[in-house]
Design a protein around this ligand. Structure first.
Ligand SMILES: [Zn+2]
Ligand SMILES: [Zn+2]
Length: 369
């Protein structure tokens, strides 16, 4: 099967659309015709060499499309099903068996090795040259790809795949951190540090949970305006000279109950801890590159404050993502307002816009719905 894939030829390079050959699905895999794919910071981390997957490579880990063919052991899906492809896990390690699949011991291998789940075979080929893929067991920047059935989720056929492509990583991560981890009660104060897709998904989930006030912090004023229109009661520019004092003042009481750090920068995590009320929780979901340290004044966590992280919203993707999609369809999670569409060949431009803060959620249109 031939496909058009956005190939990264070398680290820090530029993507080029190339014709590649896609392997047949293994027993537990499905062949998916990709209609759309979100782009996420993690794809840029891969481009810049922060993961072991070698180049040339095909990335993409927020695919949405239509099942074309099934592996011999797949019973959960059928050809023609509309699907999204989400975070992979093995289902067999102690963390998966404990019910925490987002901390799967085999996740690094499944997400970043460049190989399929058997650990040796490749999804794509191009002549005799090796071409690495299976990024998050999906490499969704290709018009056809292989995904593990375990991490492929059936979605309603009348829902737009080019919006659902925002859900598998970004929306899952932000909404999951709030609904699965922080679990705020109505009236709890909530602060979003960073309003990219993850930060906005968290903010929308905080609004759904009845949080009040909801304070958004970002360095881009246009994002803060959008945050106000999507449920933030107050906003503060991250460059505010007394950022911590200002956020604490707006949060009322003795500071914020919950903070979501979705910026992935040390200054934001430090501020997220410092604005907390005693017994408050700051959760790190921002995608920090390895080697980045943060410093905290030790006394700031003595007051019963909790600093923690979570991966992929700690969600059970097969249950949680359909629930989020239902909320979206009911108008309660207006993710379409975060999305900007690009053609497949515009991938370099889409990433540049994303990194410049011009686009919140870039979604590539790769095939016909
Ligand atoms: Zn596992
Ligand atoms: Zn991601």
């Amino acid at each position: 099967m031939q496909a058009n894939a956005a190939v990264m030829p070398v680290r820090h390079g530029r993507w080029a659309i190339e014709t590649v050959e896609v392997a047949e699905p293994g027993p537990k895999e499905v062949l998916v015709r990709v209609v759309a794919s979100g782009i996420c910071q993690t794809d840029v981390h891969a481009r810049d060499g922060f993961f072991p997957i070698p180049c040339p490579a095909v990335y993409g880990h927020e695919g949405a499309g239509v099942v074309e063919r099934l592996g011999s052991a797949v019973t959960s899906l059928a050809p023609g099903d509309h699907v999204i492809m989400a975070n992979p896990s093995c289902g067999e390690c102690p963390d998966c068996l404990d019910g925490f699949e987002t901390y799967c011991a085999n996740a690094p291998k499944l997400k970043q090795s460049g190989y399929r789940s058997d650990g040796t075979s490749l999804t794509f080929s191009r002549g005799n040259e090796p071409l690495y893929g299976s990024f998050f067991q999906q490499s969704s920047f290709s018009s056809y790809t292989l995904a593990t059935a375990r991490s492929t989720i059936r979605v309603p056929k009348d829902a737009p795949l080019d919006v659902l492509a925002a859900f598998p990583c970004g929306v899952n991560t932000g909404a999951g951190a709030v609904l699965n981890v922080l679990k705020p009660n109505p009236g709890d104060s909530y602060v979003a540090f960073g309003t990219g897709t993850v930060g906005f998904a968290g903010l929308l989930a905080a609004k759904l949970s009845g949080c009040d006030p909801i304070i958004a912090v970002d360095m881009f004023d246009d994002r803060l305006a959008l945050a106000r229109s999507l449920g933030a009661t107050q906003t503060v520019n991250a460059k505010h000279p007394q950022l911590v004092d200002e956020v604490r003042r707006l949060a009322g009481k003795r500071g914020a109950k919950y903070c979501l750090e979705a910026a992935g920068v040390p200054e934001a995590l430090r501020a997220a801890v410092e604005v907390l009320a005693p017994r408050g929780t700051a959760c790190l979901v921002g995608s920090a590159r390895s080697g980045v340290d943060v410093s905290l004044e030790m006394r700031t966590i003595q007051q019963g404050r909790i600093v923690r992280g979570c991966v992929q919203g700690e969600s059970h993707i097969q249950q949680f993502l359909p629930r989020l999609i239902e909320l979206y369809r009911a108008g309660q999670l207006p993710i379409e307002r975060l999305v900007r569409h690009y053609e497949h060949a515009q991938i370099n431009e889409a990433v540049a816009d994303m990194l410049a803060g011009k686009t919140i959620k870039a979604v590539l249109r790769i095939g016909n719905a």
